[in-house]
Write a protein that binds this ligand. Structure first.
Ligand code: NAP
Length: 333
């Protein structure tokens, strides 16, 4: 089968499309013929080796974290799916590889693809929609009439998070470039803050939940927006020490992360708020909830550009530009 892979970490030039063996599934896995996969910033970070301390991969490494496709075969213990089902999934973080004609998906990570969207649109959703769900529903327990600040509302995560927060009945603040103000309002944002001309902490006050996607100084400033008892959920670059311990990272890395995140931890204490770092996990059950929201029209996929598998480098470069509006999708079949 054709697959986009790397043999060592580094620049985009190292990504190549090669012929390799179809992956072998276990008894609780699905073998999926991939129709489409989406590009996420994590793919660029993985390619560059920026996640080496967190994720131990072997080479050659097929890139890609989420997909849509058709079940080609099922393991002996699979009960939920059968050959021919159209599914979508975010793969487990240590078993990635969706930029390929076939991928192995754990049964518990998959859900039936929403019937009202194309394979490309479905592929744009799993990683970002699960991120939004785990940040706002699971960690933030966001409820009707609460206030939420969502950073980068025009991005992959932000565009779904706005729609989810709107569906939950929250008042939504979002940061966005001027050219995308109309877009985020259409998605359901109540207040769009142009990040180039305004300081978000001057506008978004007393939020119950803040979704940070930048880390660093932005993460620290997010605590100015959260009310006492609220939570800042970060998916940006600064994991918390609690997160590092929960992943069983070695004590030296935990110590380094504690030092790196000390400003955010101190800000959380000062504002009597929680600071949670999230690394999105595969979850077929949550994805089934998302399928329902897509089928009801509450969440609509937002695809910016599509690239054939052969142009995977262009797809990665476009995502790496940080300027995509919504998602970048790779068409495989
Ligand atoms: N920890 C996790 O589990 C997890 C999961 C998903 C994503 N993430 C991380 O979250 C971040 C966002 O992911 P994504 O998929 O949404 O990225 P993305 O789609 O590539 O984000 C691009 C969007 O961000 C906007 N943007 C850039 N700088 C901004 C700023 N300062 N303020 C507001 N908007 C800004 C851009 O708008 P303009 O063109 O107008 O600038 C563009 O629309 C990435 O760092 C990613 O690695 C982490």
């Amino acid at each position: 089968m054709k697959a986009a892979l790397i043999e060592r970490y580094g620049s985009n030039d190292l990504v190549k499309v090669a012929d390799i063996a179809v992956p072998v599934m276990g008894p609780m896995d699905l073998l999926v013929q991939v129709k489409a996969a989406s590009v996420n910033p994590v793919d660029v970070k993985t390619r560059a080796g920026q996640l080496k301390a967190l994720l131990k991969y072997r080479f050659p490494l097929v890139l890609g974290n989420d997909l849509s496709g058709v079940v080609a075969d099922v393991g002996a213990q699979v009960r939920r799916f059968k050959k021919g089902d159209a599914i979508y999934a975010r793969l487990d973080k240590d078993r990635i590889g969706t930029f390929a004609e076939f991928a192995v998906v754990r049964e518990g990570a998959a859900a039936l693809k929403p019937g009202n969207v194309t394979f490309e649109e479905a592929a744009s959703l799993p990683l970002v929609a699960l991120t939004a769900w785990q940040a706002l529903v699971e960690t933030g327990t966001l409820a009707a009439h609460q206030r939420v600040l969502i950073h980068a509302g025009s991005g992959g995560v932000g565009s779904v998070a706005i729609q989810l927060a709107r569906h939950l009945g929250a008042t939504v603040f979002t940061t966005v470039g001027q050219h995308n103000v109309e877009l985020v309002k259409r998605l359901g944002a109540d207040v769009a803050i142009d990040y180039r001309s305004a300081r978000f902490e001057d506008v978004a006050k007393d939020c119950d939940v803040v979704l940070d996607s930048a880390g660093g100084d932005t993460l620290v400033r997010c605590f100015e927006c959260v009310k006492p008892g609220g939570v800042v959920v970060s998916i940006g670059s600064t994991p918390s020490a609690t997160f590092a311990r929960s992943w069983g990272l070695n004590p030296i890395i935990v110590l380094a992360i504690s030092v790196m995140s000390r400003k955010a931890t101190a800000a959380a204490r000062r504002h009597n708020a929680r600071y949670e770092y999230l690394f999105v996990r595969a979850d077929g059950e949550q994805l089934r909830e998302i399928t329902q929201l897509v089928e009801s029209g509450a969440i609509q996929p937002l695809v910016d550009k599509m690239f054939p598998l052969e142009h995977v480098r262009d797809a990665l470069a476009y995502s790496e530009s940080g300027r995509a509006t919504g998602k970048v999708v790779i068409q495989v079949a």
